[in-house]
Design a protein around this ligand. Structure first.
Ligand SMILES: Cc1cc2nc3c(=O)[nH]c(=O)nc-3n(C[C@H](O)[C@H](O)[C@H](O)COP(=O)(O)OP(=O)(O)OC[C@H]3O[C@@H](n4cnc5c(N)ncnc54)[C@H](O)[C@@H]3O)c2cc1C
Length: 418
């Protein structure tokens, strides 16, 4: 098949790689001059099937009000006059029930776990390196109330057979020795030993190069202007480099996917939820993190990536604005200094933001559409790095006429029309 992959983030590149590996003739179109220059550039680095859960859940609306009032708030909402944002917010609220949470989680976990297994297999078959570590993730609790609240999360982990460890201070310092001097700030931790970490940007760029070696054409610096439809098919993709066509089109444009779909008469509830990160060079290895540590109070993740520390977090509803806001930087700097004082050089930190392509139910949109030759791979929200390899495999299987190893019921856009 001749396949056009639109978008060169971690999702598009994973699709392009697995499609080329399956023997298809692949062309990837990306407006930036390289792969993974937008949302896949500097995320928090967690490959975390263990934490694959929707943001929308019972109790979240109340918690959201509390978060917005905090000094270092994990949630910021700009009251924009944007109907798409309010529609999305209303759909998210409707998903804050125990029933919806259970359904959404049951759709997210299988693709996340499958994806982690695909990533392991990819490492074994290609030797790809990306400052990866397989040392689990640690969620740190500052209060007994937070620790007690884990009972609910633990019940869910048990339900899905996800291994976990509940650790006291001595326990979490054993896995994260860099917390020895700051351990008194925390009452305990929950560790998911099967989670992994790694640099999504490095991974995506290297995987793109591997796709290129397998024959994929990587068209960078090429903006897509629009997609043309004839009946129930895509007839062409208008780009800066002219009209491109193919047997199958895979759309993986992250937060921009709904804008490209709208003129085709297709609607998906994907909205940009902005997040920020700081990347610091390590200057004191003994006090640096080993893997990912999630500060439950601030919802900020601190991750070791080779000789750097990545600090990522915040959810900001601000439309498509990419403005770097100083208060968000202050929150990230506060958390990393509070947990690992002096471990990294904040003066040399790189400050970044990206737009998570979020669905209101937290579940990505992967698979067929009402148009016969259009597949979607988008809406991965907070977990695009975690779910990328699995998404690429599913798309390659669909194009190859093979049954994907993950059940697609509940993952396609059809769920929004029921
Ligand atoms: C602060 C933060 C922390 C995060 N932490 C984690 C984490 O720890 N673990 C995890 O699993 N996930 C995490 N995520 C989420 C993850 O980064 C995203 O889900 C993932 O990067 C989305 O990938 P994508 O390929 O769908 O989108 P993108 O990376 O945005 O790729 C879409 C591509 O489409 C291109 N494009 C768009 N429009 C056009 C056009 N018109 N023409 C040509 N090209 C176009 C863009 O240039 C872009 O390269 C985090 C996100 C943020 C912001």
């Amino acid at each position: 098949m001749r396949v056009l992959v639109l978008g060169g983030g971690v999702i598009g590149v994973s699709c392009a790689y697995y499609l080329s590996e399956a023997g298809h003739e692949v062309e990837l179109v990306e407006r930036q001059s390289a792969a993974a220059m937008e949302t896949s550039y500097a995320n928090a680095g967690e490959v975390s099937p263990g934490y694959s859960a929707p943001w929308a859940g019972p109790g979240v609306p109340l918690k959201a009000i509390h978060w917005m009032l905090m000094q270092h708030s994990p949630l910021v909402i700009w009251p924009l006059l944007d109907p798409a944002m309010w529609r999305w917010g209303a759909m998210m609220l409707a998903n804050c029930t125990a029933k919806a949470y259970a359904i959404n989680k049951s759709r997210m976990v299988p693709i996340a776990e499958y994806s982690r297994d695909c990533l392991k297999a990819l490492r074994a078959s290609t030797g790809i390196r990306y400052d990866e570590r397989a040392q689990g993730t640690l969620q740190l609790f500052r209060t007994q109330k937070q620790l007690d609240a884990t009972a609910k999360d633990i019940a869910v982990l048990q339900q899905y057979g996800v291994p976990f460890e509940l650790l006291d201070r001595a326990g979490f310092v054993r896995v994260e020795p860099g917390l020895a001097d700051t351990q008194h700030k925390f009452v305990g931790a929950l560790r998911l030993p099967n989670d992994e970490t790694g640099d999504c940007h490095l991974f995506t760029q290297r995987l793109a190069a591997m796709a290129g070696t397998r024959g994929a054409r990587l068209r960078y610096d090429t903006a897509i202007i629009g997609v043309e439809r004839e009946g129930d098919r895509i007839s062409g993709v208008r780009t800066q480099a002219g009209l491109l066509n193919a047997d199958v089109v895979v759309m993986a444009l992250g937060s921009y996917t709904p804008l490209m779909l709208k003129p085709l008469g297709l609607r998906i509830p994907v909205y940009p939820v902005k997040g920020y990160s700081l990347t610091l060079p390590i200057v004191d290895v003994a006090h640096a993190p080993e893997s990912t540590i999630m500060d439950e109070t601030h919802k900020v993740a601190v991750t070791r990536l080779g000789d750097r520390i990545r600090v990522g977090g915040t959810a900001e509803l601000a439309g498509y604005s990419l403005a770097l806001r100083e208060p968000r930087r202050a929150t990230l700097a506060h958390v990393v200094s509070d947990l690992f004082p002096g471990a990294g050089d904040l003066a040399r930190a790189e400050f970044w933001c990206g737009l998570r392509p979020m669905t209101p139910d937290g579940t990505p949109i992967v698979g067929p559409t009402p148009l016969a030759n259009l597949l979607l791979a988008t809406g991965h929200g907070t977990l695009g790095w975690t779910m990328a390899a699995g998404t690429g495999r599913v798309i390659a299987d669909l194009v190859s006429g093979r049954k994907p190893e993950v059940d697609l019921d509940g993952l396609t856009m059809a769920r929004y029309r029921r």
